[in-house]
Write a protein that binds this ligand. Structure first.
Ligand code: C2E
Ligand code: CA
Ligand code: CA
Ligand code: CA
Length: 277
């Protein structure tokens, strides 16, 4: 038993070392992703449940590294945050997404919105709100077409500062969605103080809609959101049964593979055209 304990300690040590090496390699390769044109955005449609109209898209980051291959955002966002590389990368995402949706409007695809994920590291920057307004100015996109997606953990950082910034942007007409809702720690009374416009119910609640317990949970989240004057979006909708349930509970918007997987930028117009006919 002692031997095994020692052996597993050595293994553990090696695994840890490997983990740090991997992180270093990813961080190193992340440094020039923008100038090397290794990033792209995919766009996942969001549909208005009541009218079945396309509301817009969530921009999702994709990294194709010539060294490491295709990298999932789940494998590099945290590293980009820890190294602060998320600052230029996040700004690139925002600018590219706003430009894309503005171009779509110009091509006759009017009225579509764009939702962009924002990291807490970005929000803590002194010039975050100025950066967002500058991107809107540069791209010519009106603020009401932009929505920022944030997570509850953002508010644990510095509630006052973050709230002030988000409130300012909200007053400009930008939407603020609380992403992955239900997985964090925020109490309901706390929720009332947040400067947000939308609750995005986490996929885990949608996954288990078939089980009676989560069904009432998902339904409660929609009710609470509406009571607070918020819109409610469901993410990760994969089946017609889930959609039917969300229709019955008057959820406002849905997103998920049942509508579409995230679409490469160049294929978006074709997808929209296909949906119209
Ligand atoms: P998220 O914001 O919760 O995004 C939703 C994730 O669920 C996306 O994964 C999407 O492809 C996936 N998804 C959507 N519908 C379905 C479905 O019906 N079934 C299943 N199984 N999955 C679905 P993705 O693109 O791999 O992104 C993962 C996470 O990486 C995102 O989670 C977000 O937290 C982060 N992320 C992505 N892009 C950015 C970005 O530009 N900036 C920041 N800060 N984070 C990003
Ligand atoms: Ca999101
Ligand atoms: Ca989400
Ligand atoms: Ca999620």
């Amino acid at each position: 038993a002692k031997e095994a304990g020692k052996g597993s300690y050595v293994l553990y040590g090696k695994a840890m070392q490997q983990h740090f090496d991997d992180r270093m390699i990813i961080e190193k390769n992340l440094r020039n992703v923008i100038s090397n044109n290794e990033l792209s955005l995919h766009y996942q449609p969001l549909v208005d449940v009541g009218s079945d109209q396309l509301w817009g898209f969530e921009a999702l980051l994709r990294w194709h590294s010539p060294v490491l291959g295709f990298m999932s955002p789940l494998s590099f966002i945290k590293i980009a945050e820890d190294s602060r590389l998320i600052v230029p990368i996040g700004e690139w995402v925002l600018r590219t997404a706003c430009q894309f949706i503005k171009d779509l409007h110009g091509k006759g695809y009017e009225g579509y919105h764009i939702s962009v994920n924002i990291s807490v590291i970005q929000l803590m920057l002194d010039n975050f709100t100025e950066m967002v307004l500058a991107v809107l100015q540069e791209t010519g996109l009106a603020p009401e077409y932009l929505e920022l997606e944030i997570t509850e953990s953002i508010f644990m950082e510095s509630f006052e500062i973050i709230s002030t910034k988000l409130n300012f942007l909200k007053k400009k007409g930008i939407g603020i969605a609380l992403d992955d809702f239900g997985t964090g720690y925020s109490s309901l009374s706390y929720l009332k103080q947040l400067p947000i416009t939308t609750l995005k119910i986490d996929k885990s609640f949608i996954d288990s809609i078939d089980s009676p317990n989560s069904m009432s949970l998902a339904r409660s989240i929609v009710t609470i959101g509406h009571d607070m004057g918020l819109k409610v979006t469901a993410e990760g909708v994969e089946t017609p049964e889930q959609l039917a349930f969300l229709e019955r509970t008057s959820c406002d918007k849905i997103q998920g593979y049942f509508i579409s997987r995230p679409i490469p930028q160049n294929d978006v117009m074709e997808w929209v055209d296909g949906r119209k006919v």
